[in-house]
Structures are given as C-alpha cells and as structure tokens.
Write a protein that binds this ligand. Structure first.
Ligand code: PLP
Length: 453
C-alpha cells in the first residue's frame, strides 16, 4: 500500500507501542496447551502470524509501529482529548474531568487501533482470509474496515442474538466487504453440533470464537484475529494512553485517576498502561480503575485461574480473571462487555494491586450516559457509559472531600448504533440483572485444571 508520507510527517504521534510485560513486577504465567504444558509458538502459528506471536511473548518494552500502520492511524489519530467542563459544572465538582475520544475512528470505537495492525501483519505473511467473532458488531466492523484497506477477505461469526437485533452493524460490515454469519452456524462442526442440540441457540461470544478458530485452523490461507484479551491487542491499544499523556503534558496536566470500561480489557489497557508504567517505574501516586457490568463481573466476582478463551475449549488456556468459559452472561446492552474472561495482563495488574476494579448495574450506567450526552453532547456507546459512571463517582467523591482531582477516562466509542438500547432505557424498560452466584459456581467447576475434572 502506498504511504501518504507528508500527512504522517505532519503528525505528532507516538511511533512505538508500549509493552507493559517489560515492567510487570511479577511476570505473566504462560499460556498453556490442553495437556497443561506451556504452549509453543509453532502451535500458535496454525491461526496467528509469526509477528503477532512474537509480540504476544516478547519482554521488549517499546515496539516500533510499522509505517504502513501509522499511515492508516493518521487518518483519525491523534484522537482528540477534551475537558468535560459542562459535566463538571452539572456535578458542581472541583475535579477536572478529561476524556480521550476514540469514537472518531471510521468504525466508531478504539478497535481499529488493533484491527489495522493485525490485518497488516497477516497480509505481510501472505494470509488471504481472516476469521473472527463479534458480539454487538464493533469488532467485526473494525476488522472488516481493516480487511478492506489491506485487501484481505474477512469472515465474521456474529452472535445470533445480536445478528437479529443489530442490522446496522451487519450492514456496515457488508459495506466494507466482509461476510457476516449468524453464530452458531452450519459452517463449522461445533456450530452444527450445537444447532442439532438446539436449533434456537442464541449464541455467545465464546461460541462464535470457537467457530472462527475452527475455520481458521482448518485452512492454510486463513488466520484468526481476536479483538481483545491477548497481549498483542493490549499492546496496539497503548497508542491511546501515550497520546493522552502527551496531550495532557502539553497543557501541564497529569491525572490522579485513570478510568476505563472492561470487556476483554483492551481499551482500558490502551488508556491506562502508559500511566501504569509511571506507577510501577516511578512510584507515581495514581489510581487506575477498571469498570465492569454487575451482570458479567469477571474481576469483581470471578476466579483468578487458568481457563479457555472460548466455549468449545479450542483456544490456549490463559491465566486470567474468569467466570468460567461455560458461563452465559445475561443479555445486557453493553454487548462488548459480555465476556467470561479478562486480559491476562489486566488480570495480573489487578492481582498485583496496580489496578482496582468496580462494577455497576446497567440502568445506573445509562443514567450516566444520558447526563453526559446532555451536558457534553456526545452520545456514548453503552460500554463507554461504564467508564463515565466511574468518572462521575470519582468527581462526586472529590467534591465531598473538597479535593481538586484530575480524572482521565477513555471514551471508547460512540453510541449511534445503540439507539434502540437508549430507547428502552428512556421508556423505563431496561432491566438490571443480578449476578448469579450459583451459575458462576457451576461454570467455575468446568475450569480446565479444576480438581475433580
Ligand atoms: C468492544 C468495546 C469495548 C470492550 O472491549 P475492550 O476490549 O474491553 O475494550 C468497550 N467499548 C467499546 C465502544 C467497544 O466497542
């Protein structure tokens, strides 16, 4: 692909990704194969390109961003940072609230920061097709965009319940030339097995991952791309926090509190890892908060243990916070946060007391989203409203304590494809789901190395 060098040279953008593995006080536990032995790079080459496997494992602190990737990034990066003055006024808080706006990418979220990089490395290694899963459709559309820019065919297994409920996301994938298949499907052995048991199976993210991995593993020209959870995805997203740091520095600011919502952990990693670096290296006093839904509370209620990333048990086994790979999260509207597991890197940072986590119900996060839209103007994705709720809570606390805190949160994406969720909320029809301890307990019995298995 030709590079628009002039454009790139004019931009003040970070030229490297930050790898927090280099700074972890305690190194990550290795990913395991089903036999319980650490997985080898050659086992991963069945579905991933060598360059991404290398990024997954390396301890090198800074990784150069290829110029071809920077060239695409600079179509919308650096993304803007704003101060939410009108929200601050509404809350009558002495705190300053800044937010990094990732809704300005063509797909409307932070996800292209990694889909572009993943498509680039796969293309470079001769891959013709990519398979993936998508829940609400944000990751599927981000990979569809990347596939169209780099000339790679993209096949997206979309959770059937969302496939039927979110026609706009399907359409945007079609515009970028990707094929979108309702999952479970007749296209894979695992899908056919589930449909034979129950033709009405609504699907889940874990099932869609199993289907996408099965297809990628069965074809030489095809790889698999994951939109969150893995180390290389967290790495690519660190452009967000590095930019935010530069932008805040240019106005003489540095945050006391950094907040992001967590599904698999990638946008949170993006905004927070460059600050976590300062916390680890320089002992900076900074509070880093990950916010999750009460209905799918991987960190706040899950176990820190080895588990599969998918339902069928085809992925490597990762040490992470998990609700169990057989757990079916309730149908909350923040579809991007409905995942049983959590990034091993984010999990390790929680375990090592560098990051803290909290959870909210969906009506209380929509309250926050609506207040934000009516003060700042931007309409946040349901996932993003979790981070907003966290920022509001911290701003109110600052007011009660009479402290002038500086808060930074990541605005992970806009909510223009989620208007029906807002409609239900505004009609008072949104339900709060409690966390079901029994179901989590049952799912945790299915952990791969659980005693009794
Ligand atoms: C996918 C998505 C998320 C959750 O995924 P992470 O990997 O945890 O970032 C959050 N916000 C938006 C807008 C998303 O599209």
């Amino acid at each position: 692909m030709e590079i628009q060098k002039i454009d790139l040279q004019q931009k003040e953008m970070p030229r490297e990704w930050y790898n927090i593995q280099a700074d972890l006080p305690k190194p990550l536990d290795p990913p395991l194969a089903p036999d319980g032995k650490p997985i080898t790079p050659s086992q991963m080459e069945v579905i991933f390109p060598k360059a991404l496997i290398e990024q997954e494992m390396t301890q090198q602190r800074w990784i150069k961003i290829p110029e071809e990737v920077l060239d695409v990034y600079c179509r919308w990066r650096p993304s803007p940072i704003f101060r939410a003055i009108h929200l601050e006024k509404a809350l009558q808080t002495p705190a300053k609230i800044y937010y990094k706006y990732e809704g300005c990418s063509p797909a409307g979220s932070h996800k292209p920061n990694t889909s572009i990089a993943q498509a680039y490395y796969n293309k470079k290694e001769g891959i013709k097709r990519l398979t993936t899963e998508t829940g609400a459709g944000q990751w599927g559309s981000a990979l569809a965009l990347a596939g169209s820019l780099f000339g790679i065919e993209v096949r997206v297994f979309m959770v059937k319940a969302s496939y039927n409920m979110k026609p706009a996301r399907k359409q945007i994938m079609a515009i970028w030339g990707a094929e979108c298949i309702a999952s479970p499907s007749q296209e894979t052995e695992f899908g056919r097995k589930l449909l034979a048991q129950d033709p009405e199976n609504p699907g889940s993210l874990g099932i869609a991952i199993s289907e996408a991995v099965e297809e990628a593993a069965s074809r030489k020209d095809t790889n698999y791309a994951l939109g969150s959870v893995l180390n290389h995805v967290m790495l690519h997203q660190t452009i967000i926090g590095q930019e935010a740091k530069q932008q805040l520095k240019s106005i003489g600011e540095y945050p006391d509190i950094v907040i992001g919502c967590i599904g698999g952990g990638s946008n949170f990693a993006g905004i927070s890892f460059p600050f976590a670096m300062d916390k680890i290296q320089k002992n900076k006093k900074i509070k880093i908060i990950a916010v999750e839904p009460k209905a799918c509370p991987s960190i706040t209620k899950g176990a820190y243990d080895y588990d599969y990333g998918d339902t069928a048990g085809m992925t490597p086994i990762l040490k992470m916070f998990t609700l169990g790979h057989t757990f079916m999260p309730p149908a909350i509207h923040a579809g991007g946060l409905r995942y049983h597991g959590m990034s091993p890197l984010v999990s390790a940072l929680v375990n090592q007391n560098i990051v803290e986590a909290r959870s909210y119900h969906q009506t209380e996060v929509f309250d926050a989203g609506l207040l934000f839209a009516r003060t700042e103007g931007l309409v946040p994705a349901p996932e993003t409203t979790h981070a907003i709720r966290g920022a509001i809570e911290e701003a109110i606390k600052a007011k009660e304590e009479g402290k002038e805190k500086t808060i930074l949160f990541n605005f992970s994406g806009h909510g223009f494809f989620d208007l029906s969720s807002y409609q239900l909320y505004m009609e008072g029809k949104l339900e709060d789901f409690d966390y079901h301890e029994d179901e989590v307990k049952k799912a945790l019995k299915d952990l791969p190395f659980c005693k009794g298995n």
